[in-house]
Write a protein that binds this ligand. Structure first.
Ligand code: ADP
Ligand code: MG
Length: 399
């Protein structure tokens, strides 16, 4: 993957005495101290982060932590006090008005929380609005809007007015308007926050579906950690204008940087976030092509278990072998393990959410095997590890 956006020491100070405030910031003074000394508000304090091409990057934090200021500096709706924003390596702070307009036109679209739909325009006209402002001709913008509306499941609604649609559908129009632009980067500031939980969840899934096909770079602000964990490839957490932590959902959950992050993650439904790969453990296995009953018996004894997973030389899962069958084979003087293999192991893939596996894992007598597309054994899922992960113990972050 390549870097799409790189942010270096990005700072925004609101108010009059920004120079003085910047100097105090560099001396290490806090937002509160600076406000007291100068009357200036530190919106964002020397933010450093990068966003990969094609990822969903979520910015989280309490109200007033600097999320909107950060995202608005990316397209210079807010001018940074200092620092730089590189988009595809080009510094947006150094652009003149014409270059900036081109970037906003061709590279970035913004989706706002209150959709900003115009009530006296149809769904079609609302979707075309951004293109119209840019002076795109009628036929082209109509074509693009129709496609974008189809993408968000609103074909057939083109001639309706916003007040004829539900809140969720209205937000889809907002999304269609942003996608009609076909931007490389989408900036979404609490775009789903005004929706009720059910609509919000379905918009999140819709966004993920769209993303599967379109691979946009999306910066998404949320104050809901469940939402962040559901859609984010990376999550950046801000507090008082400062970045507290950046990581994958698993990293944030398993290694919160401080109490602030910890408070966010209390009450999170981990089963929605963790996958089979995050909780799988190393299985005890034998390669039936070169191991015999004695080695199988020894492995089980050493690990105090009564069965062992059977694989071939390429670690492809064949099944499971029982201790009592192994003992019988030894007693009978048989050497071949293959006839002992029982092909009864339930399997799953590493990216299956735990939520989908919970019932199965707690009722199966044989632990689930995690296999890849070629049926190679990657790990197994034992109940204890699942419960441990759900109660906040460390998980396999890099699974
Ligand atoms: P968030 O989006 O995380 O709620 P904001 O980025 O809107 O936070 O605000 C960050 C800080 O900057 C807050 O302390 C806020 O009061 C201040 N702020 C934001 N916009 C302005 C502005 N136009 N003038 C003065 N202060 C502002
Ligand atoms: Mg905000």
């Amino acid at each position: 993957m390549s870097t799409k956006i790189e942010v270096k020491n990005l700072t925004k100070i609101f108010g009059k005495h920004t120079r003085q405030a910047q100097a105090l910031l560099d001396e290490g003074k806090t937002k509160t101290e600076i406000l007291k000394a100068t009357g200036a508000t530190v919106g964002v304090d020397r933010a450093n982060f990068s966003v990969e091409d094609g990822e969903i990057f979520v910015i989280m934090g309490l109200s007033g932590s600097g999320k909107s200021t950060t995202i608005r500096m990316l397209n210079r709706l807010i001018n940074p006090t200092s620092g730089s924003v590189l988009i595809d390596g080009e510094d947006i702070a150094a652009m003149d008005a014409a270059q900036l307009q081109q970037v906003r036109r061709e590279k970035m679209s913004m989706v706002f929380q209150n959709f900003a739909l115009l009530p006296n325009r149809t769904v079609q006209q609302n979707t075309e609005f951004g293109l119209e402002i840019q002076g795109v001709d009628k036929a082209e913008r109509s074509d693009k809007a129709v496609k974008a509306l189809a993408m968000v499941g609103l074909q057939g609604y083109e001639d309706q007015y916003p007040d004829q649609l539900s809140g969720g559908m209205q937000q889809r129009v907002g999304l269609a308007r942003a996608f009609a632009n076909d931007p490389e980067v989408l900036l979404m500031d609490e775009a789903f926050s005004a929706l009720d939980p059910l609509n919000r969840r379905s918009m999140q899934d819709e966004l993920l579906d769209l993303q599967d096909n379109l691979h946009k770079t999306i910066i998404f602000i949320s104050h809901d950690l469940n939402e962040a964990l559901h859609i984010g490839d990376h999550i950046m957490i801000m507090k008082d204008g400062v970045i507290v932590q950046i990581g994958t959902p698993e990293e944030i959950l398993s290694k919160p940087a401080d109490d602030y992050v910890e408070r966010f993650i209390k009450g999170v439904d981990r089963s929605q976030v963790y996958t089979a790969g995050n909780v799988m453990v190393r299985p005890t296995m034998v390669n039936v092509n070169n191991a015999g009953p004695r080695l199988a018996a020894r492995r089980m004894r050493e690990n105090e278990i009564s069965s062992v997973y059977a694989v071939d030389g390429g670690r492809h899962l064949l099944g499971i072998i029982d201790a009592k069958d192994v003992r019988q084979a030894i007693a009978d003087g048989r050497e071949d393990l293959k006839p002992l293999v029982q092909d009864i192991v339930p399997t799953t893939s590493a990216d299956t959410p735990l939520a989908e596996l919970m019932d199965a894992v707690s009722s199966t007598p044989i632990p689930y095997a995690v296999v890849d597309d070629d049926n190679r054994l990657k790990g197994i899922i034992i109940r204890g590890a699942v419960l441990g992960a759900l109660s906040g113990n460390e998980v396999n972050v890099h699974a």
